[in-house]
Design a protein around this ligand. Structure first.
Ligand SMILES: Cc1ncc(COP(=O)(O)O)c(C=O)c1O
Length: 392
């Protein structure tokens, strides 16, 4: 029997409904397209949910990271501790400020930045720690808050994967001095492109100034009340505001977040039940007290136990079963820009990456299965059957 399906199941697909389309149409008809009432409302609703003091909707999570680091006065001569098993956005933003990223290893169960390794990497030049909640599993929020406080460091949560997740009763994104979110097309909620910076009011206010050229008021504030040319540039800034067309999508998506997360949890549970015990397949760990956001359903393929590599499994899923997968991540220290750059290992002179054992192993073995609200249970079972066929 030919069981080869004829429709490709993508690794990720957004769920956009009539609500987003209507809200965007309303914005287009309103006469106000850039950062204005929709963006302000979006900022308010996310800030209330995360219990942060202030929020600024921007063009991407990368922009939020860059502005946040600048607002925290991270710059030349400073070191910022961060995992290498992450997207390049945070390390790139650190480099753009003139500071050095200091890569530390991750926890072998959750693939999150390891608290002990981070503590060991602190030097007199350390200014900040950027943590990331891998795949939607929060890192040790309490531990990192304490570590930052004990050493007088700025804690930044890159919560691009974890808009609705918690650990020990604390919501991811609520603990950092600054938190960054991504609304990129594949994230738990999307506005196409987009991000948000939240956190302590003094830092977010400074980032807001830096993110609109250094101008001391927004065009929306000036519009209709003051001459739009009546402004001052108080610092040389950048431009990174989120337009209302984008915020309209983000706002409607945010109101669906709980439903989206509930569906992600159902899919993860189905995978976990149906894939348990397959040789060579390591399923994700969820620590006690964690509400996982399930942006990713990350598995490891252990070639020593099943005789096939992650790349072989991914290729067979794609070519024989028409199933898309992804990998998270190419460790940043292995990327060409970071190989060239003198990313100094500040832990005793070994070559950068030599001490990132867990990072290097996870990066070789990790595979992200499709996991998003638009999937039906039949789609999930298709992935399950394909993995059984490949690994049994
Ligand atoms: C952990 C993490 N941080 C930041 C980003 C960058 O997000 P954006 O594309 O909104 O800049 C990503 C994107 O995939 C990510 O995975």
């Amino acid at each position: 029997m030919n069981v080869r399906p004829d429709i490709f199941l993508p690794w990720n697909k957004p769920s956009i409904g009539d609500e987003e389309i209507t809200e965007v149409t309303d914005v287009l008809r309103s006469g106000w397209l850039t950062h204005g009432p929709r963006a302000v409302q979006f900022e308010y609703e996310v800030r209330e949910a995360l219990g942060q003091e202030d929020s600024f909707a921007v063009s991407s999570c990368t922009a939020a990271l860059h502005l946040g680091l600048l607002a925290a006065e991270v710059g030349i001569g400073d070191q910022v501790i961060t995992p290498s098993l992450t997207f390049c956005a945070a390390p790139n933003a650190i480099v753009q400020t003139g500071a050095d990223p200091v890569f530390v290893d991750v926890d072998p169960d959750t693939y999150n930045i390891d608290l002990t390794a981070a503590e060991a990497a602190i030097t007199k030049d350390t200014k900040a720690i950027v943590v990331m909640h891998y795949g939607g599993h929060p890192c040790d929020l309490v531990g990192f808050r304490k570590l930052a406080d004990d050493h007088g460091l700025i804690l930044i949560e890159d919560a691009a994967h974890a808009l609705q997740a918690s650990r020990a009763g604390r919501r991811a994104g609520s603990v950092g001095d600054l938190t960054t979110l991504s609304f990129y097309a594949n994230k738990v909620i999307t506005s196409g492109e987009g991000g948000m910076l939240l956190g302590r009011a003094s830092l977010v206010q400074r980032a807001r100034l830096l993110g609109r050229h250094g101008i001391d008021s927004s065009v929306w504030q000036r519009h209709g009340r003051r001459n739009t040319a009546d402004y001052e540039v108080t610092v040389p800034g950048l431009k990174a505001v989120m337009p209302d067309i984008t915020a309209a999508v983000g706002l409607q998506q945010f109101r669906k977040l709980s439903a989206f997360t509930a569906r992600r949890r159902e899919i993860a549970e189905l995978y976990t039940n149906e894939l348990a015990g397959l040789p060579g397949l390591v399923l994700p760990t969820v620590l006690d007290g964690v509400e996982h956001g399930w942006f990713l359903y990350p598995v490891l393929i252990d070639p020593a136990a099943c005789g096939v590599t992650r790349d072989m499994v991914s290729e067979v899923l794609r070519s024989d079963h028409l199933i898309g997968t992804s990998c998270h991540f190419k460790p940043v220290h292995t990327l060409a820009a970071y190989q060239r750059r003198e990313c100094r290992n500040l832990l005793g002179g070994a070559r950068i990456g030599d001490f990132l054992d867990v990072t290097n192993r996870v990066a070789r073995q990790q595979l992200s299965l499709p996991c998003y609200p638009a999937m039906a249970n039949d789609d999930v079972m298709r992935v399950v059957r394909a993995l059984h066929a490949v690994l049994s």
